[in-house]
Write a protein that binds this ligand. Structure first.
Ligand SMILES: [Zn+2]
Length: 452
């Protein structure tokens, strides 16, 4: 199996550290507002990753975090905490806000039929473990104290620029004008923030006799250390996280523990909607409730995402979602043939699809292989199960054989048509279609299909 590794900027052959078990970490959501459909594209791709690893025979141990503290509105360690901002907007406590948006996120996560991660970890459940990482970093001389927090001195970590291929000299010189804090280097970042006098920060914990809270990057280093152990095999996240969040995660982990954090880094690109960047001011922020209102399901959306590639920027439009919906319906009708005709041997198709998926998660290529046989061949239960294992589109679950009396009605209608009793045949067809079943007539009988 091959994957594009951001570390090398190359597609590389993938091998896990443990030949049987693959350790995967995916950065999760900050739960301060409802997640829109654009926020979920990456999780479709990371779910595909987990499924393809499993198809290749590995057991996958996947951990995802939920950020419910410490994520500031700016990457430069100033600005408001996103959770506090959400709480103020909603007139609720930060804990209530976290609970509400986390539950909404997880509801959609499960409606998208993702393989359940082995652990979903809330940042606030790992505060004492965070402090242990801070202590380890401090002991090794990476930290310095300032009025607003403990900062990581990035000049002491020579590999700091590696993942992002950052030009630190240029970065530092370019931003000197606004570089007026107590930071020693512009790229330095807070691993622990102090609650300052007069600051209203609801989530706070005592450390070194003062109240404070973790910097946003810390939770990922901590959770990986606690739940998976370094090095992990694959770390996933958005491309926007390369220069700051993931770069800082590496500095923390490798600084504190002296081991490599992750062997592969996978980064997803983003979607635009109707050709524009997703933004509230443009009014192109869609939620799953908007999709459902327009007659689309979570699975239609997932089908649309799987037609693309995690590294490509894509544009979302409702017209394209309609095409994806139709494609998924075609697959369900392909699956429905397993009760109507003898099965075809599809071993070669399965093999080619697994090859495509193993080629840097080329789901579009795998689906193109499938399309070559849809409408021409007949799957068996096993092949339908394979499709669901690979894509998680719930095909087996959303298809079921029709009742015997409906089958009898279909046969009766076909006989009426053959006997040129068109009035009876038409009446029966109307009756059958009213049950959501369409008929395709052949020489010796009708094939039934789902209308939707
Ligand atoms: Zn992270």
């Amino acid at each position: 199996m091959k994957l594009y590794n951001t570390l090398s900027r190359k597609v590389e052959e993938f091998h896990p550290g443990d030949p049987k078990r693959v350790k995967v970490y995916t950065c999760g959501p900050t739960v301060y507002s409802y997640a829109h459909v654009g926020n979920f594209t990456c999780y479709v791709y990371w779910d595909l990753l987990v499924r393809v690893l499993a198809l290749n025979g590995w057991t996958v141990d996947r951990v995802m975090n939920i950020t419910d503290v410490g994520h500031l509105t700016s990457d430069a360690d100033d600005g408001e905490d996103k959770m506090e901002k959400g709480a103020r907007r909603e007139g609720k406590t930060v804990w209530e806000v976290a609970e509400m948006y986390m539950n909404d996120f997880l509801e959609n996560f499960r409606a998208l039929n993702f393989v359940e991660p082995s652990a979903i970890c809330r940042a606030t459940d790992f505060i004492s473990e965070d402090i242990a990482v801070v202590e380890a970093l401090d002991k090794k001389g990476f930290l310095y104290d300032t009025t607003d927090g403990l900062y990581f001195d990035t000049s002491k970590f020579p590999k700091y620029a590696d993942l992002g291929r950052l030009d630190l000299d240029h970065l530092r010189a370019g931003a000197r004008i606004e570089f007026s804090s107590e930071k020693r280097n512009l790229s330095d970042f807070a691993v622990w923030k102090w609650v300052r006098d007069g600051e209203d920060h609801a989530m706070q914990w005592e450390y070194r006799g003062r109240m404070g809270y973790p910097g946003w990057h810390l939770e990922c280093s901590t959770i990986i250390h606690e739940k998976l152990g370094e090095p992990i095999d694959i770390h996933c996240g958005g491309i926007d996280h390369i220069p700051v969040h993931h770069t800082n995660e590496i500095a923390q982990t490798e600084g504190a523990f002296g081991v490599k954090m992750a062997n592969f880094w996978l980064h997803n690109n983003f979607i635009t909607i109707d050709g524009e960047k997703i933004s509230k001011s443009i009014g192109n922020v869609y939620y799953f409730s908007d999709l459902i209102e327009r007659g689309f399901s979570h699975m239609d959306y997932k089908m649309w995402v799987l037609q693309g590639h995690f590294q490509s920027e894509r544009n979302f439009a409702f017209g394209d979602l309609g095409a994806a919906k139709q494609r998924l319906l075609n697959y369900r009708n392909f699956a429905a043939l397993r009760w109507q005709k003898p099965a075809t041997n599809l071993d070669d198709v399965r093999k080619r699809m697994i090859e495509q998926l193993g080629n840097n998660l080329n789901s579009a290529g795998a689906l193109a292989e499938l399309d070559k046989v849809v409408g021409k061949s007949v799957p068996d239960d096993d092949f339908v199960k394979f499709l669901d294992d690979a894509f998680g589109l719930g095909i087996a679950e959303s298809t079921q054989d029709i009742a015997d009396d409906l089958k009898a009605k279909i046969a009766e209608r076909f006989e009426a048509k053959k006997a040129r009793d068109f009035a009876k045949a038409d009446a029966l067809r109307d009756e059958i279609e009213a049950m959501g079943i369409m008929l395709l007539d052949g020489a010796d009988g009708s094939i039934w299909q789902y209308a939707n």
